[in-house]
Design a protein around this ligand. Structure first.
Ligand code: GLN
Length: 307
């Protein structure tokens, strides 16, 4: 994480003094840094998370925090802190609390309308970039599509690292699409966004590279309660978690140029099933890559273009 941005105005020049009648005043709370961190611990919030969160609220670094135990929060900061620490204690992802997350070198704004981008997905982006500069380099301005873009993470990271790509990003959720579009605008990345239920909005168009981190968790999976703050439509997909992947793989050939690649993120135990699906759909050179945690995370194949 980069230096936290404050959600509040900076501290007044003279700490503890409210200037009456000359611009805004900054009343102090009775809460010190030490007390705030003790409060977080009592709520069961991880110490490091609590430090990051408080540093964010104060607009300071974590290092500053560690050397300012007795610093008193302003009343407004204390209110913000109280709300955020409660939300963290209730299991809300850190990224939603501070409203942003780093992904592949970009700072993306995130809200509960979108899945929090995971480092696992950087595996897919790295593979995509290797293809764009390698096997697909014959396409000077390759057409790339990201299906179910969410925050825009994959589409924006690809466009950022490979500016010649013509990137289209789709999502069925208007709220997600608005978030992705806002990220593109802020990062000044030229990506086309379309509301679409998977391939539906791009009938008749063909791409050199199709990418997706679709929902892939099985309905009823034991991990779902821990993900309750994230949008269900970005997480679950049928009884075995493979409904979206099956649809993406079987409908892909109608949208791919000869020699195009399809890369799909999937669950740690789904690689074999996804390879079989791609092979059955006619893909060649089907392979799987592991994420940083050494889990099989991403499977892809080349469309030979015979139909
Ligand atoms: N990787 C996410 C998780 O298991 C799931 C994301 C998804 O379904 N695409 O927490």
């Amino acid at each position: 994480m980069s230096a936290p941005r404050s959600v509040l105005p900076p501290s007044p020049p003279t700490e503890g003094v409210s200037e009456v009648g000359s611009g805004p005043s900054f009343p102090e709370s009775s809460l010190t840094v030490n007390q705030a961190l003790a409060q977080a611990a009592a709520l069961g919030v991880d110490r490091l998370d609590a430090q990051w969160l408080l540093a964010h609220v104060l607009g300071q670094s974590r290092t500053w925090l560690l050397t300012h135990d007795d610093h008193t929060l302003l009343a407004e900061q204390a209110n913000t802190w109280n709300a955020l620490v409660q939300r963290r204690a209730a299991g809300e992802p850190f990224a939603y609390l501070i409203g942003e997350r780093e992904f592949h070198g970009l700072t993306l704004q995130v809200s509960p309308a979108v899945l929090v981008p995971r480092p696992d997905t950087e595996t897919l982006v790295d593979w995509a970039l290797e293809l764009l500069t390698g096997e697909l380099a014959a396409h000077p301005e390759p057409e790339v599509i990201d299906l179910g873009t969410g925050s825009g993470a994959i589409a924006l990271a690809v466009k950022h690292s490979h500016p010649a790509a013509r990137v289209t990003a789709l999502d069925a959720s208007p709220a997600a699409l608005a978030q992705a579009q806002a990220n593109a605008l802020r990062l000044q990345l030229d990506v086309a966004f379309l509301p679409s239920d998977w391939w539906q909005a791009v009938a008749g168009r063909r791409y050199a590279l199709a990418l997706s981190n679709p929902p892939y968790i099985a309905e009823g999976d034991v991990h779902l309660p821990a993900l309750a703050h994230e949008p269900a439509m970005a997480l679950t997909s049928g009884p075995d978690g493979l409904d979206a992947i099956r649809h993406l793989a079987t409908a892909a050939p109608a949208h791919l140029l000869p020699g195009a690649w399809l890369l799909l993120e999937h669950g740690w135990d789904q690689a074999g099933a996804v390879r079989s699906l791609l092979q059955a759909a006619g893909f060649e050179a089907v392979a799987t890559r592991r994420d940083l945690g050494a889990q099989e995370r991403c499977t892809g194949g080349r469309w030979p273009g015979q139909r």
